[in-house]
Write a protein of this length. Sequence first.
Length: 74
Amino acid sequence: MKEIEVQNKQQYLKKNHPFGEIIKLEDKKKCIHCELVFLAGEYKVLKDRNGEEYICCPNAPECEGTVIDWINVD
C-alpha cells in the first residue's frame, strides 16, 4: 500500500466516504483496531496495487483500521 497525499480532505471525504453520513474533519473518532482517538481530518488515504483507495486510521499502515472501523467519540 502506498500513501496518497490529499490536498482537500473534506472534499475527499464527501466524494469517497462509503456511507451516507458526511463526517467533518473536526469530528472525534476512535479506531476499534488500535483504540486511537483522533480528529477525522487526521485520516490517511492508502492505495493498493489494484488502484483501490482506502480511507484509513492515522496509524496506518501499522493499524489496519479503515473508516468503517471508526466510532464516534463525544
